[in-house]
Write a protein that binds this ligand. Sequence first.
Ligand SMILES: C[S@@+](CC[C@H](N)C(=O)[O-])C[C@H]1O[C@@H](n2cnc3c(N)ncnc32)[C@H](O)[C@@H]1O
Length: 374
Amino acid sequence: MPLFFASAPQGIAEPLKQELIEMGLKVVDMSPGGVAFESSWEGCYRANLCSRLASRILKPVLDFIAYQPEELYTQIQKHDFTKYIKPTQTLCVDVVVRDSKLADQRFVAMKVKDAVVDQFREKFGIRPDVDNKDPDLRIHVRANKNSFAVSVDTSGNSLFQRGYRKEAVEAPLKENLAAGLLKLTEWDQKSPLVDFMCGSGTFLVEAAMMALNMAPGIHRHKFGFQKWLNFDRGVWDGLVNEVIEAERTELDFELFGYDIDRKAILKAKENAKRAGVEHVIQFKSEPVATVEPPVEKGMAIVNPPYGTRIGDEDNLKDVYRDLGYTLKHRFKGWDCWILSGNKDLIMDLKLKSTRRHFVFNGGIECRFLKYSTF
Ligand SMILES: C[S@@+](CC[C@H](N)C(=O)[O-])C[C@H]1O[C@@H](n2cnc3c(N)ncnc32)[C@H](O)[C@@H]1O
């Protein structure tokens, strides 16, 4: 069975593991950066189409130690890259190097690219061009302490790019991180959900797609593996039909999105429409200070601004105070999860959290905290 690696935002590996197991994939390892699984190519297609949490599905192809450019070149040549694409297609090499003798990432990328294109030149007399924006084959090279891991990227563009979000506010959450956070809350997908500061609507659209059993990749136009020589269109079409047939059309509860910014609400509505879930979400422009519970009971999730990315900390103190007040006095009995990258602002909620997770959002370590008000 081929081995694949599903990468994920830090803090999300555990729910990603559960998700892959529920998909019927055989998980063989987990690290903070993601989950390794064994599967047929159909399983790889399925993970690309149906994983809400994965950032990419990679296929590891080489692991080796290299200190010198010649060693790197020789090691890369041990894998046959000509089996993925034709010499008339395009490729790119994406490199991250840490604590290694070969420290210059651009040099490593060039050496790997040379080794790969030389394989094509030897076999066909011509070589693939490099396309850094939209290549047919993306090769990932990660090196740590001279130990290299090379994989080919079956996803192409990162899987958080679902295709429904064309409009975003400043500092939107990546879609797969929003889905991962929803999984961490253990939301039952049957109870009303409120986002007090919904921005572009990411939490709500992801939650609606989960509850409607809509595959996260159903609106995407392309995946990396679709351009490869071994792509099996019959298997892919069968899979797409299967997931479309499993979709629900209606829910017997609603989701509610608020934001002080009218433009954000318009964007969120457009995104929800593109995702095909606008009929289950009610959006309204309203500041958190005045929001009343739209139903008796449910769960809230919110990603308030937190200074390091947008806004100014002094003004934000009021926003956090308003959020804390609304939760304590109007949303009694609700569970609320808050994602914030600013410890000081969290104190301004004047509430005590009952659970916490640490996750990374755009390189910033954030707390994801649960508050239960009685
Ligand atoms: C970090 S963004 C949320 C991003 C969102 N999770 C997304 O993925 O697009 C924070 C949002 O809080 C909203 N906001 C700021 N102050 C607010 C307030 N007092 N009441 C309601 N919304 C507020 C902003 O307009 C902004 O859209």
